[in-house]
Ligand binder design. Structure first.
Ligand code: CXF
Ligand code: ZN
Length: 368
């Protein structure tokens, strides 16, 4: 099969709209006609080559579409089903069998290694392999080959263009608060970064009954959005002078929960000074340098009883958590649609540029 794809030929270059070949699904695989795909910051991180991935490549990991064909043994979806795509996992390691697929022992090869385990790719261009397998989907293309484990069957009436970002950004932010940090009603929450993941963490805070909910974000439009989706206070780190003092002015004992979505190390390094005793810090944002270090003041930290947790995909298990989020959205409790902007698929470069310049928060590409 042939499909239009946004190919990234070199690290951090513009995406190039090209026709690629898409292989038939093998055992356990599912070919999906992509109808919408969100752009996540991680696409740009992988697109920079920082993780050592190969080029040319097709990225994209918040796909939503309609099943076209299934490989041998696939039983949970069939052609014609609407599906949401999320991250991949092996299904048989101790983390997967315990219900923690975001910490699958094979997470990196199954989501970022750019080939199948036997070295073959699902995508090619003029017969030459194209690195694929971005989160087990590579959905910046009209056709994607995903896996039964990372597709979720949706109702026939599902709005694919709206639900697409649930597969990574939204589940990551909401899940970080409600699943990873297990927020309790009345706990205070500080969210660093007001992008799609940070705003989703704010919504997670509202679902859990957190109060106050404080967002640290330099862009005014994002601070405004944070207040619209449930933040009680916002801090402009460029204007407040000292972020720790600004947090302590609102929360003299420190925050019960802090979620970092920025990966901005000068701020992340200050989190141990913003936290209350027994506070929990959740780390989501990937720093610009992969060898970045978060120093912990040992005596202060051990006597405070604090926890620092790394978080992948909000501890989602896909089949259990995503339906919960869809139900919250349908009931109006998950208003992430307020920060979604739709673009035609062909405008992928414009959408990324708009994101960089603060003209949109969560771009979602829609196929004609
Ligand atoms: C990623 C960030 C890097 C580690 C795996 C999960 N988040 C998704 O965009
Ligand atoms: Zn993502």
């Amino acid at each position: 099969m042939e499909a239009l794809a946004a190919v990234l030929n070199e690290p951090s270059s513009a995406f190039s709209l090209e026709t690629i070949e898409v292989a038939e699904p093998r055992a356990g695989e599912v070919r999906v006609a992509i109808k919408a795909v969100g752009i996540c910051h991680t696409d740009l991180v992988i697109g920079s080559g920082l993780l050592g991935n190969a080029f040319p490549t097709v990225l994209g990991h918040e796909g939503a579409g309609v099943v076209e064909a299934v490989g041998e043994g696939v039983s949970s979806v069939r052609p014609g089903d609407k599906v949401l795509l999320s991250f991949n996992s092996c299904g048989h390691c101790p983390r997967c069998t315990h219900g923690d697929p975001a910490y699958c022992f094979e997470f990196f090869p199954l989501n970022m290694a750019c080939t199948r385990s036997d070295g073959s790719t699902r995508l090619s261009r003029g017969g030459t392999p194209v690195a694929d397998n971005c989160f087990g989907q590579s959905s910046f293309a009209a056709l994607a080959v995903a896996n039964e484990r990372n597709v979720l069957k949706l109702d026939d009436g599902a709005d694919l263009a709206m639900l697409a970002p649930l597969g990574c950004g939204v589940q990551t932010g909401v899940g970080a608060v409600v699943r990873s940090l297990k927020a309790r009603a009345g706990e205070s929450l500080v969210v660093i970064g007001g992008g799609a993941v940070g705003l989703s963490a704010v919504i997670g805070g509202t679902l859990a009954g957190c109060a106050p909910i404080v967002v640290i974000e330099p862009q005014a439009a994002r601070r405004d959005m944070a207040l619209q989706v449930g933040a009680t206070h916002v801090i402009d780190p460029a204007a407040c002078g000292n972020v720790v003092e600004a947090v302590r002015a609102l929360l003299p004992a420190g925050a019960d929960l802090i979620v970092d979505t920025s990966g901005h190390m000068p701020t992340v390094e200050q989190t141990p000074n913003m936290i209350a005793t027994m506070g929990r810090i959740g780390l989501i944002g990937v720093p610009g340098a992969l060898d970045a270090v978060l120093p912990l003041p040992m005596v202060q930290w051990l006597t405070s009883g604090g926890t620092v947790r790394g978080i992948v995909e909000g501890d989602s298990d896909i089949a259990g958590f995503l339906p919960e989020l869809i139900a919250h959205h349908a009931a109006g409790r998950l208003p992430f649609d307020r920060f979604v902007t739709h673009y035609p698929f062909e405008q992928i470069n414009q959408a990324i540029d708009d994101g960089h310049h603060g003209r949109c928060i969560k771009p979602v590409l829609v196929f004609a």
